[in-house]
Ligand binder design. Sequence first.
Ligand code: NI
Length: 388
Amino acid sequence: MTTIQEIMPQTDMIKWRRHLHRHPELSFHEVETAKYIKKVLADFPNLEVSSLTENSVIALLKGSKPGKTIALRADIDALPIVEEADVDFPSENPGVMHACGHDTHTAMLLGAVKVLSTMQDKIAGTVKFIFQPAEEEPPGGAKLLVEAGVMDDVDMVFGLHIAPNIPVGMIGTRKGPASAASDVFTLKIQGKGSHGSTPELSVDPIMIGVEIINNLNNIVSRNISPFDNAVISIGEFNAGKTANVIPDTAQIQGTVRTNNKEVRVSIQKRIEAIIDGICKMYDATYDLDYLLGYSEVNNDSDATDLVLAAAEKVVGKERIFEAPKMMGGEDFSAYTDVKPGSFFILGGGTAAQGCGYMNHHPKFKIMEDCFPVGSGMHAQLIVDILGQ
Ligand code: NI
C-alpha cells in the first residue's frame, strides 16, 4: 500500500527549501519570500491565492462538496543570525539565517499543497493554507492575521515545528498548554547620582536594582504553586560607567514565561508591586514598560486526537511521543486563542547526524528526509477530516 509520505514531492520540497534557505528575510520583511511562495503556488491547480496582511500568502482549496474549513499554517520568516551551519546552501543574505527551520515549514506546507490541490474531487470542505510572516517578532504575524479575519471561517487549525534534536520520523504532541506565554519588561530606575565618596547625597539606582532583582527572584518560589510552571529571568542590568561615581539611572530587562493565564496575571502584578514598593522605599522613581508577548499555545483535545490519529498512519504508534511543555514562545497561540487547534513537533535529526544545535543556534541544521513526514502529516490531517 502506498503511504502518504511516498506521494509527497520530496525533490520539489528540497529545491524550495534550499532556495528559501539561501534567501532568508527578517520578520515583517518577507517580501521576496512571499513572492517566491506565490510563484510556486501558481503552478498548482484549484487554488485561490491572496494576501490578507503584508507578506502573508493565503491559498484556499475548495473541495468539490461543502464542509468544514481546516487551516494549515507554516511560518516563513528568518532570524538576525550569522549562519555557521554546515550546509551546501548557506544564507546569501549576510547576518540573516533560517535558524528556526521556518524554511522547512514553508517547503513542507508547499509539498502538501501540491498533493492536495490535485485531490479537489476527494475533499468535502475547504483547506486554508496559511503562509505566515513574522513569527519571530512580537506582536507576531499570527495576531495580525487573526485581526484581519483569517480564522473567522476556520473550524480547526494545525501547525508543526521542526526540532533538530529528535530523530526523523518522530512526531510529538500534547494536550493543553504546549508553549509558554512570553512577556518582556523594561525597567528604568531614576535615582540620584553622586560621587562615590558621598553616598548619603545619592539615591543609588544600582543598590535599588539589586534589591528589586533579588525580590523578583523570590516570586516563583514564594508566590507560585509548585504545580504551576513559571520562569522569570533577568537578561540586562546596566548602570554606571566608572568606579567612583554613583550613577543617576539603572536599566533592567527581563522575560517572564508562564503557561497558565492566572499565573501570568499574578506574576505581572507581583512584579509591578515589588518594583513600586522598593522604589518608593528608597525615594527613587521609575518607568516600567511591561510588554505582553505571545500567549501560550493551547492544544485542543479533539484537534490533538486528530493529530495523533494522523501520526499513527504516517509514522506508526511507536514513533509518537508526548512532547514536553516548553517554556519557549510561539505565536501559533494567536490561532488557538480563537479557534480549536493543535501544534505538534516534527523530528528533524539527531546530534549524531550533526543536528544537535537547538533552534536559533548559528549552526542549526536539520535532515531533509523529514520533509515527507511533515508534509505527509498536513495531507493526512486533511484526508482524515475532509476526505470523502
Ligand atoms: Ni520557530
